[in-house]
Write a protein that binds this ligand. Structure first.
Ligand SMILES: Cc1cc2nc3c(=O)[nH]c(=O)nc-3n(C[C@H](O)[C@H](O)[C@H](O)COP(=O)(O)OP(=O)(O)OC[C@H]3O[C@@H](n4cnc5c(N)ncnc54)[C@H](O)[C@@H]3O)c2cc1C
Length: 466
């Protein structure tokens, strides 16, 4: 810790998108800032792992592509996607500051190059950037502004100390924040106990995902300081069809394991258990399929598809099955051979696929009730074009939507709705913004927007931050 300051106006916990945006904005407003980051780098955060999509409205890129978007359309998307559970006051706070944040990020050197459509939105508004480069750019700005970033500094405890806070780190190091703490420590997708506490069964997930530091530390610390929690049950696993690396045995960490095979079950493929039986309607949405799969004894399934599905997937932009993904599948020209190679019970597997194919060909009701390929689209068809493919897969947990309760100024609230003086939160640690589901791009953009809002609120407030 030589020559590193131990006292600041503001201490930021976490150096992902939220923490770095908060820190840079605070320093730009003349505040002394220390950032504490648990890991040795920001490049192990959820921000770094993310797809780099930011949801912004009425930007130059949207206008270039003649995309008509509005605050009202965004509100409707959030309301629908969050199933009425996203907090309208937080959505308004996002809208009030989003466009300014889009240009602020660019002033710091972030480049957005395209606008795509994503999950839960009516019009394309996902602004694509390289999330790792974004972290590098923000870190450079932070350094230029004289911000100290302490890596390998897991904050273990935050205590009130007069009008400020004592922040406990590794090896007994204590830092002091004279005005405020900004919790920007991300979600809890890697904390099975916390997942299971709020959504029983989620502790059984076999594919862990999200930034390596996402253990919910900030939520625990803020709760001790009096914070109320919001929407903790709003956490759903997903089913992106990552292939379990080690067949059917251990847990897998998706962080170092990029390409999913793809959601082939939404293109005509099927899902079977390790006993080779179908167990779910494959036309349900991915999150609901994940919840059903979580109840299976081994919490995993086998994705099965044929060459027709593969060819269709190659044409579909959002479904992968590129050569790297295909290498994770076993393939064969007959169902019996495929089952043997996958280690599935051969007779049961052949019976299951032949029954499925016969029902599709005859137009008979599907045994599991499947009506479509996906959602309300397409009719299921027989899987009869070799080669056939199989891969072991399981639900994954990338992000969590529950966390500490905040007001539109990002002040942390207690159970009565009172702001806790000097305590702020931004990014994935915030509960109640998304509601039950997430509109692509709103998590990263919220991290940046609310990070800046926290800094602005502190700068405008008197010492003590209330
Ligand atoms: C695979 C994947 C793809 C995604 N794609 C998108 C997308 O395209 N668009 C989108 O909007 N969202 C996406 N998300 C979600 C989005 O990335 C996150 O919600 C967002 O990055 C959260 O930012 P954050 O700064 O709050 O948290 P993080 O980026 O997770 O940063 C939190 C930091 O806090 C640190 N930390 C934790 N505890 C402590 C502690 N005790 N002391 C000090 N430091 C601590 C962590 O190590 C971490 O570096 C994706 C998520 C994943 C996992």
């Amino acid at each position: 810790m030589n020559r590193v300051p131990t006292v600041a106006d503001v201490i930021v916990v976490g150096a992902g998108c939220a923490g770095l945006c908060a820190a840079v904005e605070a320093a730009e407003r003349g505040l002394r800032v220390i950032v504490c980051e648990k890991r040795g780098t920001s490049l192990q955060s959820s921000t770094a792992a993310s797809g780099g999509y930011f949801a912004f409205i009425d930007t130059d890129l949207q206008r270039r592509d003649r995309i008509v978007d509005s605050d009202e359309t965004f509100r409707q998307d959030m309301e629908r996607s969050g199933k009425g559970r996203s907090d309208p006051a937080l959505v308004d706070a996002y809208l009030a500051n989003q466009l300014d944040t889009y240009y602020w990020l660019q002033e710091h050197g972030v480049t957005f190059w395209d606008v795509d459509i994503g999950i839960g939105m009516n019009v394309p508004r996902c602004h694509a950037t390289d999330s790792q480069r974004l972290l590098e750019v923000l870190t450079r700005s932070a350094r230029r502004l004289g911000i100290s970033i302490c890596y390998n500094f897991p904050v273990g405890d935050v205590e009130r100390d007069g009008s400020g806070f004592k922040v406990g780190g590794p090896d007994g190091i204590i830092l002091r924040a004279e005005r405020a703490i900004i919790f920007a420590s991300g979600g809890f997708s890697r904390n099975p106990a916390m997942l299971g506490r709020f959504v029983p069964g989620l502790e059984r997930l076999r594919i862990v995902d999200g930034g390596l530091g996402c253990m919910g530390d900030g939520i625990v610390m803020a709760e001790k300081l009096g914070a109320a929690l919001s929407s903790m049950e709003c956490v759903k696993p997903n089913f992106y069809s990552y292939a379990l690396r080690d067949g059917t045995k251990e847990k897998m960490d998706r962080f170092h394991h990029d390409t999913p095979v793809g959601m082939v079950y939404h293109l005509g493929g099927i899902l079977v258990t390790s006993k080779a039986e179908r167990y779910v309607r494959e036309d349900m949405n991915a999150k609901d399929i994940a919840l059903v799969t979580l109840k299976l004894p081994d919490v995993m399934a086998w994705g099965i598809f044929d060459e027709t599905v593969r060819q269709r997937a190659l044409k579909e932009k959002t479904i992968y099955i590129n050569p790297a993904a295909l290498a994770k599948c076993v393939s064969a020209d007959t169902f019996a051979e495929l089952a043997t190679r996958a280690g599935l019970p051969v007779d049961a597997f052949v019976r299951t696929v032949e029954q499925y194919n016969a029902d599709c060909a005859a137009g008979a009701p599907d045994k599991m009730g499947r009506v479509h390929e996906t959602a309300l689209l397409g009719r299921p068809f027989a899987l009869n074009t070799p080669p056939f493919y199989a891969f072991p897969t399981a639900p994954n947990q990338a992000t969590t939507f529950g966390g500490v309760r905040v007001n539109p100024q990002t002040q942390i609230l207690d159970a009565q709705g009172n702001a806790l003086p000097g305590l702020y939160a931004c990014g994935e640690i915030v509960g109640g913004f998304h509601g039950l589901n997430f509109v692509t791009g709103t998590a990263l953009a919220q991290a940046a927007i609310f990070g800046r809002t926290a800094a602005k609120t502190i700068a405008h407030s008197s010492a003590g931050g209330a």
